[in-house]
Design a protein around this ligand. Structure first.
Ligand code: BT5
Length: 283
């Protein structure tokens, strides 16, 4: 579906500058999804697509509403961390879902988004992606995608809505990343060796995510967790998990039905973890 010519990329200084992004037109012509991206808000520049989508969700916007920006000035990671969102290089998107699931299933949807990114780049770009709990998608240990999910919980402890924010480095060259993240970041163009059409990638991803989401709602959680685990190099391995100021070492034993990590500590105790940072993988 996409060009995969290893020689071409290096002869093009800034591969994305000539690309017609036209997300609005591309989304309007999309026939590949039933609901995802049918309503869209397209910006040249926005603080954060997640912040905007959360406001839309709170005002009642429909499931499948998509917010996308060419550039974010305040792109966010988890816990207020910064997400680098260079103009015209990536896909900076947020999708509103109204899954009517128990609140403790929110983590599952973030895992599903990461899995869908991995499956999209495998199928459409022939790349192998790795998943890092809870929300990173990597290629050969370098991060090209992060997921930020933010939800509103109803009084009945169900998900009133959830915004899935997906940041995907597509046409970055290494010099487009800050010194701070350059050693640990990559883009799809770097990995393919040629530029990648962001609009084709967007449509492909929305199709995969919608199909996965519908299957999940029909009771397919166990299957998705298996698919997620298959792509996770630290599964069943010894890891170091950081939560705020504390660190725990243990074996990444399993995922529960809500996407939480079951971490087996040295004394045999199993901890159920819903947030944290896998920081090293000592052998
Ligand atoms: C994430 O946070 O990985 C979630 C990122 C979600 C971004 C999307 S873009 C669309 C939507 N709108 C938003 O405002 N956000 C979402 P976390 O796990 O906390 O990782 C953040 C860390 O990743 C930073 O502290 C950096 O070390 C690193 N980082 C920042 N920008 C990056 C990039 N473009 N590529 C790779 N790594 C990056």
């Amino acid at each position: 579906m996409f060009a995969n010519n290893h020689n071409r990329f290096h002869s093009v200084a800034h591969p994305s500058t000539n690309e017609f992004s036209g997300f609005k037109e591309v989304l309007a012509a999309n026939r590949g999804t039933r609901r995802f991206g049918k309503r869209s808000f397209v910006f040249n520049r926005l603080g954060s697509t997640n912040s905007y989508a959360k406001r839309l969700a709170a005002k009642g916007s429909a499931e499948g509403t998509l917010v996308i920006a060419e550039k974010q000035t305040r792109g966010r990671g988890r816990r207020g961390r910064r997400w680098e969102s260079a103009p015209g290089k990536g896909l900076w998107i947020s999708l509103i879902l109204r899954p009517d699931l128990e609140a403790d299933k929110a983590g599952l949807l973030a895992l599903l988004a990461g899995l869908s990114v991995a499956q999209t780049v495998e199928t459409h770009l022939n790349l192998s992606a790795e998943l890092k709990w809870p929300n990173d998608v990597l290629i050969q240990s370098k991060k090209f995608c992060g997921i930020l999910s933010e939800a509103e919980i109803s009084a009945r402890q169900r998900l009133a809505w959830i915004v899935l924010g997906i940041g995907l480095n597509v046409n970055h060259l290494l010099e487009d990343f800050s010194d701070e993240i350059r050693p640990r970041a990559t883009s799809l163009a770097i990995e393919c060796g040629s530029p990648v059409s962001r609009s084709e990638l967007l449509l492909a991803f929305l199709g995969v995510l919608e199909e996965n989401y519908l299957k999940l709602k029909q009771g397919g959680a166990a299957y998705f967790l298996q698919q997620w685990i298959r792509r996770c190099p630290t599964f069943k391995k010894r890891i170091l998990l950081r939560q705020d100021e504390t660190e725990m070492e243990g074996i990444f034993e399993d995922l529960d039905a809500g996407g939480r990590m079951l971490l087996r500590l040295a004394n045999g105790e199993i901890r159920r973890i819903s947030a944290g940072e896998v920081i090293i993988q000592p052998e």
